[in-house]
Design a protein around this ligand. Structure first.
Ligand code: PEP
Ligand code: MG
Length: 884
């Protein structure tokens, strides 16, 4: 025989085997009871029992006589009591978690015999509304069963009459009565006059529905006493979250609605206004729930006639990441959860919500929008749109002078070195060309700005068209680039929530994450002191990539750097380099100082040179004026001609990286000198030992690297080796002891990967430049690929963006290079510094191929760290190796 399971605040089922048979709602009620929450009493009819009752209804009353007596006693009401009736709700408790349109019926027990008694507590309007509604819901439930067409029609008509009678602002007793009378002949008279018969009728329909459905066939039914927040004085209804769901403060926060049945009825007041006694009890319940579920929960409660009842509790899907982390930290402090639990509870990409501003969805409901594009750098940004660096900088200056909001978005087909200063002051950048590994997104990520690549943006003169919307210079737009969902452009200024890394719990969270990281760790891609500092805040274990070309973007340097590029003799170039040397020395000094002896990998200049040349009339004019100050004899025409001569057909595969150093050795010479000067100076000033790591980009053959490392003399020309440069600096600075340093290379060409064994003879470390390696392995331009990626995606030819998720052949290149490199040099240090480093999906591969670290922009560090920690825990749990 099936079973009936009673529950109340002190009686519940905890046997897991039974819990499994009573469905999700039943289990939830038992959970609440077991946590000591004051829940209204009730009972569960197991599925088996339901069948038996339906077959022989006469057994029913005897079966639930006892639990009903307990309900009557606890709630101080009576089943079928005409003056103070006990009402119950019946709800499906599915074993499979299916959501049905009508899964519960409330207020069973309301009938001709009880409605006026009930009205004396809650008012006539409410009582009759609920009565009419109850019959209406019974009809709707029955309509879900296999009802004959003729009866269905009649039922629908009856339901409509009840609906219109109850759907009034002020519900009238007589109108509802009339509507009730209009269809009485459709049901046995007892369902209007006898609580038990009404209950049986509902039970039978539910049972028929379960039988007819594949998903609900073994559902149970929960029958529970109703309580009312509008039950006269000392009654009310409320809901609260167990932690604040935005800021994450450890307080219960919510609303209380006095003398109201639910939140729709009245304006609420702050939860604090509920009586002290109840507040304390709710706090206690909140704590218990959090301890049990290990997360924030939402709780509904009712106070009926001075008695507190918890109605339900649920998870909170829309809590902020900050709230989630702070709750975990509180639970961790209370020893409810351990380190591993905390680390595993947060999806890595969710951290971006703390690191960047997030969109307040409610502020854009009425905005026109355009979805799609490639997420270049996550976050949300609002600003007035400007279509060139010059115009944006001017507008920015004006805004500051006039004390106006200085929120700007740079919108251009693509950006170059000279646009970095605009990206720096802007909130975000919108481009149409390129993709994830292109200039605008890479720079935006390193500066913590938002970037969206929207291939369908059409740039016109001083405006752009996105779909059929034209955006003019100065118009506001909002970029929303979330981590896990599609990006969207909103045409207007939205509201954003500010990022709050400090005080958000992120740093304490990262400390716990760090405990799960062993020797495979995260370095930073950082070239500015503030990036280095931020990376230390996030526990970066070194700088894995300092792109030195980024150091020349600043306003006061770019023209000097340009003069160096267009110099037409070594002497002229050496003269400019002499000016740049102290600037570079200072740059490196600051980075070394911030990193306090941690590894700092400095990549020598790598950029197609023409990228640095002026691209607009204004910047050309500024450069011409600058250059002619030092070289009055050189005409503007000549300057322009020298710039033009640097244009290449295919600059990414052209004169860049080590190739520039072969043509102009004095450039690397200056940078290497600056590195050693900085290291020796820091040792002298602060006693900090730095082991500089000098990294040579775009190496294709072992001999190239050998030449830069050891030097080479040919007739009339020489490349000075690193050792000789170091000796020179040491002598100049009168330093006695030579410091240790490393020379390594980026592996970003298949040719380099395949001959890694030979290259390793001259390299102390490799760092995989997976942006270029993806470009060169696949023959895919990192800047043009997105023009056709969507077509490839549509035809299922490429599932993932290979500039984000490492492709199979690129992985093979890395694995080959790692293996061959270590054959020559077993202690070869290996890292990955392309944009792939911040993508959690690439982490297991990177570790498994023997890499020692990934390096990513500062804002990617927390995400990569969390991904590593989660991987380590998962592997330990699966019984595999952890780290090493
Ligand atoms: C790379 O190619 O992956 C890399 C890190 O270098 P860059 O992006 O500067 O070319
Ligand atoms: Mg590269």
């Amino acid at each position: 025989m099936g079973r009936i399971y009673s529950f109340n605040s002190s009686e519940f089922i905890s046997d897991p085997e039974i819990l499994e048979t009573i469905g999700s709602r039943g289990a939830r009620v038992m959970e609440l009871a077991s946590l000591g929450a004051p829940i209204a009493p009730g009972f569960i009819l197991s599925n088996e029992l339901l069948g038996e009752i339906v077959e022989d209804p006469s057994i029913a009353f005897d079966l639930y006589k006892k639990p009903i007596a307990r309900m009557e006693q606890t709630l101080e009401k009576g089943f079928n009591d005409k003056d103070n009736p006990l009402l119950v709700k019946v709800a499906e408790s599915p074993t499979l978690n299916m959501v049905r349109t009508l899964s519960s019926i409330h207020n069973i027990g309301l009938g001709d015999h009880t409605v006026d008694g009930f009205a004396s507590f809650v008012g006539e309007g409410f009582a009759y509304h609920e009565y009419g509604n109850l019959v209406q819901k019974i009809i709707e439930l029955e309509l879900l069963t296999d009802v004959k067409q003729e009866r269905a029609k009649k039922l629908q008509k009856y339901r409509d009459a009840l609906k219109s009678a109850t759907n009034q602002k002020t519900v009238k007793k007589d109108t509802v009565k009339q509507a009730l009378d209009s269809g009485r002949d459709l049901f046995p008279e007892e369902i209007y006059t006898n609580t038990h018969e009404q209950l049986m009728y509902v039970v039978k329909i539910f049972h028929a529905l379960f039988q007819a459905s594949t998903s609900s066939v073994d559902s149970s039914l929960v029958v529970q006493g109703m309580v009312f927040g509008n039950f006269g004085k000392n009654s009310g209804f409320g809901n609260f979250y167990t932690h604040d769901i935005i800021e994450g403060e450890n307080v219960i926060s919510g609303e209380y609605f006095e003398q109201a049945f639910d939140a729709r009825e009245k304006e609420g007041v702050s939860l604090q206004e509920v009586s002290k006694k109840f507040y304390k009890e709710l706090e206690r319940i909140g704590k218990e729930l959090e301890k049990y579920f290990k997360e924030i929960r939402s709780v509904r409660f009712t106070v009926e006639n001075g008695k507190l009842w918890v109605i339900d509790q649920q998870p909170v899907p829309n809590k902020s990441t900050q709230a989630e982390i702070k709750t975990l930290l509180d639970l961790h402090k209370e020893k409810v959860v351990d380190d591993e639990y905390v680390v595993q509870a947060i999806k890595p990409g969710r951290l971006s919500e703390i690191l960047h501003a997030a969109l307040d969805e409610s502020s854009v409901r009425k905005f026109k929008s355009a979805a799609g594009g490639i997420a270049g750098a996550v976050g949300a940004a609002i600003g007035r749109v400007y279509f060139s660096t010059d115009s944006l900088l001017k507008a920015h200056k004006r805004a500051i002078q006039e004390n106006q909001p200085a929120d700007f978005i740079l919108a251009m087909p693509s950006t170059f070195a000279e646009d970095v200063k605009a990206i720096e002051v802007a909130k975000g950048v919108l481009s149409s060309e390129g993709g994830y590994a292109s200039h605008a997104p890479v720079v935006a990520r390193s500066l913590g700005k938002v970037a969206l690549v929207y291939p369908n943006a059409r740039f016109l003169k001083n405006s752009m068209k996105i779909g059929d919307t034209e955006v003019k210079e100065g118009d506001y737009i909002t970029l929303n680039v979330p981590y896990y969902e599609k990006p969207t452009i909103y045409f207007g200024a939205a509201r954003l929530s500010k990022p709050t890394p400090e005080g958000s719990g992120l740093l304490e969270f990262l400390d716990i994450v760090q405990g799960q990281i062993e020797d495979f760790d995260v370095h930073a891609n950082a070239d500015q002191p503030k990036d280095a500092e931020l990376s230390r805040t996030f526990n970066a274990s070194g700088i894995g990539l300092c792109r030195t070309e980024h150091m020349f973007f600043a306003d006061d340097r770019i023209n000097t750097f340009r003069s160096m590029i267009i110099a037409d003799s070594s002497e002229e170039r050496a003269e400019v380099l002499e000016k740049l040397e102290p600037m570079q020395m200072d740059d490196f000094y600051q980075l070394f100082k911030i990193m306090k002896g941690l590894p700092v990998t400095i990549r020598l200049l790598d950029a197609p040179l023409h990228e640095f040349l002026p691209h607009t009339q204004d910047s050309m004019k500024s450069f011409v004026d600058f250059f002619r100050e030092g070289h009055p004899k050189i005409s503007e025409k000549e300057i322009r001609l020298r710039c033009d001569l640097l244009e290449e057909f295919n600059p990414m595969l052209g004169h860049r990286g080590i190739r520039v150093a072969v043509s102009y050795p004095e450039i690397y010479n200056m940078q290497i000198r600056a590195i050693f000067q900085a290291a020796y100076k820091l040792k002298a000033d602060e006693g900090i030992d730095v082991v500089p790591e000098i990294m040579i980009p775009l190496v294709m053959t072992a001999n190239e690297l050998k030449t830069i490392r050891n030097g080479k003399r040919i007739e009339g020309k020489a490349i000075v080796g690193v050792e000789e440069i170091e000796e020179g600096v040491r002598k100049e600075m009168k330093v006695k002891d030579a410091l240790d340093y490393k020379i390594g290379t980026m592996i970003e060409l298949p040719a380099a990967a395949l001959q890694a064994d030979r290259i390793a003879r001259y390299a102390d470390f490799f760092s995989f430049g997976t942006n270029d390696l993806t470009q060169t392995t696949n023959g895919l331009s990192r800047d043009d690929f997105n023009n056709f990626f969507s077509d490839y995606n549509e035809f299922d030819l490429l599932e993932e963006n290979p500039f984000k998720v490492l492709g199979e052949q690129v992985k093979e290149m890395i694995a080959i290079a790692a293996e061959r490199g270590r054959l020559t040099r077993p202690d070869l240090d290996l890292g990955l510094c392309g944009e792939h480093g911040a993508e959690p999906e690439n982490i297991p591969f990177a570790k498994d191929s023997g890499l020692n670290y990934v390096s990513t922009s500062p804002y990617g560090i927390p995400i990569a760290k969390l991904a590593i920690a989660q991987m380590n825990i998962k592997r330990r749990e699966e019984g595999g190796e952890s780290n090493n």
